[in-house]
Design a protein around this ligand. Structure first.
Ligand code: NAD
Length: 313
């Protein structure tokens, strides 16, 4: 069976290293990195993500500030808050929690973000620099960066390998495919309009999936020995999840005790885990795989930004 890539423990190691560096910065120049988080509206999933990010800041000594805007607010209000943080020298990273409510112009608002504080790496200039050979983005988007870190820290060679990325969103799929190319993989992209996705996927040595569809990747989609990184974080009703698991594993006993189980829902990935572990050589679990790495990379980008601002090495 496949090795389990323990994102939680790898992220823990990275966070300890960040905490040491934050402490060193404080001791030598009396400054700490600052992260401003802006949340618009009250999506429950966004609230959970934001809470986890702020908690992680506290654990590493990074100063965090949280601004909550009403779900009905106008573009200008978000732009004003963003501009204020752009000017604030104690803030080195600004995180605008996405998605924004439908009525807001996400593109226009993201354009306002200072390039030097775009720790999510979603500014078009950062993304463009990621895409172009020979150029260096100031920040690499956190989830894709976390996926590559997981591969590298698990000793998976990327250079020359065939990789398939499932999903092409600006947040995950697209930057992940760009980043894998930077690491010299041969990359195919599978998306909602791809015909016979399983035929493409089963040629891959590395599969990164970010489709947001529970149980999409079945065992027969995978090449034996493939490494599977499951970005999917899909809330699913426990009763439906049990049904999927019974179908997949053909077994009577199904584990129902799960600490992530909240309000009758729990999180599941895009990969049919029970089948993948029998075919793949390594798999990330959900939860406990990519999720904690995303947060660790956000803190790492914020620390890098502060080091750049204070010319601190
Ligand atoms: P999105 O909806 O913006 O994009 C989904 C992509 O998947 C699209 O490009 C679409 O074409 C493709 N897709 C949809 N159905 C498909 C199918 N049946 N076959 C092939 N491709 C298909 O989503 P997103 O923001 O990129 O997020 C994707 C998933 O990753 C979600 O489950 C999200 O919750 C999760 N996510 C996790 C983290 C983390 O830190 N772990 C971070 C961001 C997103």
């Amino acid at each position: 069976t496949a090795a389990i890539i323990d994102g939680k423990s790898i992220a823990g190691e990275i966070m300890s290293r960040i905490a040491c560096q934050v402490w060193r910065m404080k001791e030598s120049i009396g400054r700490v990195p600052g992260l401003a988080v802006i949340m618009v509206g009250q999506r429950r999933d966004s609230q959970t993500y934001v809470r986890n990010k702020i908690k992680a800041c506290e654990e590493t000594g990074i100063k965090s500030s949280m601004t909550e805007l009403h779900g009905n607010c106008k573009d200008d209000e978000v732009v004003n808050v963003l501009s204020r943080f752009n000017e604030d020298p104690s803030i080195h990273g600004i995180l605008l929690q996405l998605p924004l409510p439908q009525h807001l112009d996400e593109e226009k608002i993201l354009d306002v973000m200072s390039l030097e504080k775009d720790v999510d790496g979603f500014h078009p200039l950062n993304m463009g620099n990621l895409a172009m050979r020979g150029r260096q983005p100031l920040f690499i988007p956190c989830t894709p960066k976390g996926c590559i870190e997981l591969l590298m820290r698990s000793g998976v060679e990327i250079m020359g390998k065939k990789a398939v990325v499932i999903g092409r969103s600006n947040i995950v799929g697209l930057p992940t495919s760009l980043l894998l190319q930077r690491h010299h993989a041969t990359v195919s992209i599978v998306h909602a309009f791809t015909k016979n996705p399983e035929q493409i996927t089963c040629e891959a040595d590395i599969v990164v999936t970010a489709a947001g569809v529970p149980n999409l990747i079945r065992g027969n989609w995978l090449k034996p020995g493939a490494v599977v990184i499951d970005v999917g974080t899909n809330p699913i009703e426990v009763s439906i999840l049990q049904k999927l698991k019974i179908e997949a594993s053909n077994c009577k006993h199904v584990e129902t005790q799960d600490p992530s189980c909240e309000y009758g829902y729990r999180l599941t990935g895009d990969v049919c885990y029970e089948e993948a572990v029998r075919v793949a050589s390594a798999v990330t679990p959900v939860p406990g795989g990519v999720g904690p790495m995303t947060i660790a990379m956000l803190l790492s980008n914020t620390l890098d930004s502060a080091k750049r601002a204070y010319d601190f090495t």
